[in-house]
Structure formats: C-alpha cells, structure tokens
Ligand binder design. Structure first.
Ligand SMILES: Cc1ncc(COP(=O)(O)O)c(C=O)c1O
Length: 442
C-alpha cells in the first residue's frame, strides 16, 4: 500500500475502541465522504455499510446540514450556555419534543450518548429526591447492555470487558436483569423473537430482593445495539413498562442508536408502542455531523425539579457545550431533512428487503445466528478455536481491503446499519460482498 503514514507518525493518537497496534500496521484511513461512500486515503470509493457509527442515516455531508453548519459557525460560534441562551437551542428542543412520544416534553442537551446516559441517571435520582423519596437510589441495567463509557453508563451497562478494568470503582447500588439472547430458543428469529417476554419478570425478582422503595430507575436499550443487535422479545418491553409503573420505578429507554429512523420510526418507543419516562438520544440527532445528545423527560419529572425559589438553579448539572449553537443548527437541519425526505418512512420501506438479504446467511456453515430489526442487523459467526473475535476482525478487514466495504464487527458478530435512504441494490450488493468474504474465510 502506497502513501501509508509511518508507524511513528501514528503513535501519538490513542484510538478509541481500536486494536491500536494491529491497526497501525495497516491503517484503514479515510480522506473524505459524500453520500453513501467514503473515499479512502488510497483513493478507493468505499461503501459505508454502517452509516458512520450508527450516526449518519441520511448520508455523509448532506448539503443542507453542511450549509446550516457553515452559516451558524460564521454567525454565532458559541454562546455561554449557563444563564445565557440562544434561539436555536430552544427551537431544537421544541422540534425534538414534538417528534418524541407524547408526554416527553422537555429536552436537556449533552454532547454524546454517554453524557446523555449519565445525565438521565442523575435526573432519575434527582427526581425521586425532589419528591421527598430520597431512598430510591438503586439503578437497574441489563446484562449485555451498552450505555456508553462514563462511570454511570458502564455501571448500568452489562458488557464485561467495558467494566472489568474499572470494576472496583463502578457506582454503588446497581443491579442487572438478564439479557434476552438465547441461541437455544431464538436463533435466526426474523425481527422480534417470540420467545423471551418472561425475562422481564426478572425485574419483579429484583424488586422482591431490594424492595421497590430503594429503586430509582431501570435503563434498557429497546433494541440492544452494540452487544450485537438483540431485538426485544414480543411483549417484553410492555412487561417492563407494567412492572415499572406498578412499583413507581422510572423507565429509561436508551435510544442512542434506535432513535431517528433506525427502526423506521422517530423513536423505538413509538415503534413498540411503549412510552418510557426518559429517553436518551444522540448520533442521528445531528446525523453525526456535530457531536450532540439529548435527554427527553416527561413533564412530571421536569415539574418535580421546578420548585423552590425561582432564582435558584434547579439541577446542578450541565456541560459547557450543552445546546451548542453549531450543534443545534446541525440538529435543526437534520430534523428538517428527515421531515422533507420522509427518511423514517424510507427506512421502514427497506426493512423487508434488508431482512431477506441478511437472512440468506441463515444456512451458512460459519454462521450461528442472524438477527434483525428495522435497519439494524447482525450475523454472528462461530468463533475460531482459542481466538474469539479474530474471525470477525478478519472479515471486517477483508471487506475493507478487498470489497471496498465498511462493516463493523463486535468480536465475531458482524453488524450492519445501512442508510435510511439506501438504494435496494446497494443493500443486496453489500451482502453479496460479505458472502464472497465469508465463503473464503477460515
Ligand atoms: C445505546 C447506546 N448508549 C450510549 C452510547 C454512547 O454514545 P457515545 O459513544 O456518543 O458516548 C452508545 C454508543 O454507541 C449506544 O449505542
């Protein structure tokens, strides 16, 4: 490969969630992006089968978002966000809460999914305290859940490697319900597995163990994403909602991936007809162009904080860049494009084709499960003996170098997140390329 940077020139950058030493021997570098393609440093046009990192559903460098960002950065680059405001943040909060399920009427802005999660957990704890129910301090997550990388998020999260280095310092008073994945009962399910709603009853067990009066909130991804796409069993989210309501526990949906069309609706809450008390989001809020996240909360939660002297701060929490003008401009432009182009409906229409295309791998000898919901999909490969994750990484690399295709691997699970406005033939060609790679992978 020509023009690859030297090892020394790459040494300073400690890359996130990357095998740094392996990557730097043969770096996969991107120079630019447009629409559905990246252009690599070596000039190849590479199809992006992951829409950025679940972020860029309407394609890279969308002209309307680029224009909005360019205008905003030249007009108001930054405005102090504490005790000072600007129109775009208020407008975005209005538009966002209109898009959200009924009753989620307020938005707190953050800069990422991880910050949204920690913000939501803090709001949940603060809410109970504000109501005089300060004993509710316990947080419940789910095994295999991914809620970002901050201390709250990894504590309620359920992915072993993300926790083990920090295990002595995770926050106190957290418990987990079971994950919903079962090769035995639900492998190769199309969409939501029929088996598994009963796993929500594990929450009743934790209530019996800890007592409801000690539990503040339960957080789950409606469709678990980073762990390898685990759609909720039919009836599972409804059951969680029932149990939370019965015991006065707040339900948080972490929709950092599932919001903004990824499963053919503005939010998974709408798609599944289950309304949580809080929603976290990020990624698709700005189509990934500028980092931004948000926590949507019910009016009841918001009003619980709006007490006491009016000149006092109600929530001692916030980020320098909360509601940043350039991010807000990107968010407004993105929501407008979703509306104008009918992006969520486009995604919904592609679902069947995507499901059929990914389930062609059900019979592949190397594959042990295939899962899909909306435009989220996973092909789980059998691991190599003694080398878990190696096969998945090899497939990712071969797709990049030999097929001009970016897909993601989480260990040995290949993950797919095509554009909301994909061309059907591109989805088919992507899976044809994956098949060529799998057929020759050992
Ligand atoms: C469900 C969920 N929550 C939180 C996060 C963390 O988001 P970020 O990487 O923006 O901090 C992610 C990232 O993929 C996610 O999928």
């Amino acid at each position: 490969m020509n023009n690859q940077p030297s090892a020394e020139s790459m040494d300073a950058y400690w890359m996130p969630f990357t095998a740094n030493r392996d990557f730097k021997q043969s770096p996969r570098l991107i120079a630019s992006a447009k629409g559905h393609y990246y252009i690599s440093n070596d000039g190849r046009k590479i199809y992006d089968g992951f829409s950025g990192l679940w972020t860029s559903g309407i394609g890279h460098c969308h002209p309307k978002i680029v224009e909005a960002v360019q205008n905003q950065v030249a007009t108001l680059d930054l405005c102090m966000g504490f005790q000072l405001g600007h129109d775009s943040a208020f407008e975005l909060a209005n538009k966002l809460t209109h898009l959200a399920p009924e009753g989620l009427d307020h938005a707190f802005f953050t800069n990422s999914g991880s910050e949204s999660v920690d913000t939501a957990l803090k709001i949940a704890l603060g809410y109970h305290r504000a109501r005089g129910d300060a004993g509710r301090t316990r947080l419940i997550g789910r095994q295999r859940g991914y809620h970002g990388v901050n201390f709250g998020g990894i504590s309620v999260g359920g992915i072993g490697p993300n926790r083990k280095m920090f295990s002595a310092n995770l926050i106190n008073g957290v418990d987990h319900i079971f994950h919903t994945h079962s090769l035995e009962h639900a492998a190769f399910s199309h969409g939501q597995p029929k088996w598994g709603a009963h796993l929500a009853d594990e929450l009743e067990q934790l209530v019996a163990l800890h007592d409801a009066s000690t539990i503040a909130a339960v957080i789950v991804e409606p469709v678990a994403g980073s762990t390898g796409i685990l759609p909720p069993p039919v009836g599972y989210l409804e059951r969680l909602r029932e149990i939370c309501t019965k015991h006065g526990i707040l339900l948080i949906f972490d929709e950092v991936i599932t919001a903004f069309g990824r499963i053919g609706a503005p939010f998974a809450a709408e798609r599944f007809g289950v309304t949580p008390d809080l929603i976290t989001c990020a990624k698709g809020l700005t189509n990934g162009v500028i980092p931004m996240g948000a926590v949507l909360v019910s009016d009841t939660i918001y009003q619980a904080f709006m007490q006491g002297p009016e000149q006092s701060i109600e929530l001692f929490h916030g980020y320098t860049y909360s509601g940043h003008p350039v991010a807000a401009a990107a968010g407004l432009a993105t929501l407008q494009v979703y509306r104008e182009e009918g992006s969520f409906e486009q995604a919904r229409e592609l679902e069947t084709l995507f499901a059929e295309a990914i389930h062609q791998f059900d019979d592949h000898p190397m594959v042990i499960d295939v899962r899909n919901l909306g435009l989220m999909g996973a092909i789980e490969l059998a691991p190599r003996d003694g080398a878990p994750g190696a096969r998945g990484l090899d497939v990712h690399k071969q797709c990049f170098w030999e097929e001009d295709l970016v897909i993601r691997n989480g260990m040995d699970t290949l993950q797919f997140s095509p554009f909301l406005n994909s061309r059907p033939e591109d989805i088919q060609q992507m899976f044809a390329a994956v098949k060529r790679v799998l057929d020759k992978t050992t």
